[in-house]
Design a protein around this ligand. Structure first.
Ligand SMILES: Nc1ncnc2c1ncn2[C@@H]1O[C@H](COP(=O)(O)OP(=O)(O)OP(=O)(O)O)[C@@H](O)[C@H]1O
Ligand SMILES: [Mg+2]
Length: 269
């Protein structure tokens, strides 16, 4: 479990970014963090992963205070950023992933690389030049690089912001599979549709969690998204507009198939 307790943060020259922030991430869940540009989402990711140093408040990862045990933290949390091209060091995929596994035996490194590439469906690319891959494929290798270090918590900071729609879908599938394998995932996002991946969505405003919405409350809490000017996932937007026109749709999973099936029933009925 990750606990953020009374965390406040400002950059040297900035105003207060996080203001007595409190929230918790439970094991095995996907949590989306949304909020306007500049609201401090990436700052939260960097604090949890230890890239930025905490100045006030506490972050506990599995009950360990990260300011007291940075080494443990390094192994438990992996972070992937928006632009894979800023993170690539080597053109060879093996070298790229092996770079962060330096203290392990050759056999262990090979095993980890193979397993990690399998999880992102990129094992076929092992001998390819990283620079020749598409952005989506490069991002999948960046996720594999994190996975090879065997983290428990994965922070994805706008992982698909630069990637085309097919590439996005592939990464969504990978995120869902990682959850099934037991990883705990924080997905920082500006893309409404990524909210649908999450068990819970936290809305960040004025350096605090202004609202928290679980997946099964999405329909009832549409007004909260509007209040905080967070764009609704397309399917929810459609359902909300239909509701305004007197058509009530009740579906368990917000996907196109279910929407079409429910709409067809209500049209025929
Ligand atoms: N190194 C820095 N020095 C000074 N100010 C910074 C620094 N990094 C970020 N900021 C400021 O802190 C605020 C929060 O930045 P952050 O990157 O966490 O926001 P964000 O919610 O991730 O935004 P976006 O949606 O654009 O990615 C912004 O106003 C930003 O300009
Ligand atoms: Mg950001």
């Amino acid at each position: 479990m990750i606990k953020i307790e009374n965390v406040s943060f400002k950059y040297k020259e900035s105003e207060m970014i996080l203001n007595n922030l409190n929230f918790q991430i439970n094991e095995g869940e996907i949590v989306a963090i949304v909020g306007k540009n500049g609201s401090g989402k990436s700052t939260i990711g960097k604090l949890i992963s230890g890239i930025l140093k905490l100045k006030s408040g506490k972050i506990l990862i599995d009950d360990i205070d990260i300011s007291k045990n940075a080494k443990d933290l390094n192994q438990k949390v992996g972070i992937v950023f928006q632009n894979p091209e800023n993170q690539i060091i080597f053109s060879n995929i093996y070298d790229e992933i092996a770079f962060s596994l330096q203290n392990l035996s050759k056999e262990e490194i090979e095993k980890r690389i193979e397993e990690a590439l399998k999880k992102v469906d990129m094992l076929d690319a092992l001998n390819k030049d990283l620079y020749t891959l598409s952005l989506g494929q490069k991002q999948r290798v960046m996720i594999a690089e994190i996975l090879a270090r065997n983290p428990k918590y994965i922070i994805l900071d706008e992982p698909t912001a630069m990637i085309d729609s097919l590439g996005k879908e592939k990464i969504y599938e990978i995120i869902k599979n990682l959850k099934k394998q037991g990883y705990t995932i924080i997905c920082i996002t500006n893309l409404a549709d990524e909210i649908l991946l999450a068990d819970r969505t936290l809305i960040l405003k004025n350096g605090q969690i202004a609202s928290e919405i679980s997946k099964n409350e999405l329909l009832q809490k549409i007004d909260i998204f509007k209040k905080y000017e967070i764009k609704l996932p397309t399917i929810l937007e459609i359902i909300a507009r239909l509701k305004e026109n007197g058509i009530n749709i009740d579906i368990e999973d917000y996907n196109l198939e279910q929407l079409v099936s429910s709409l067809s029933k209500s049209c025929k009925g």
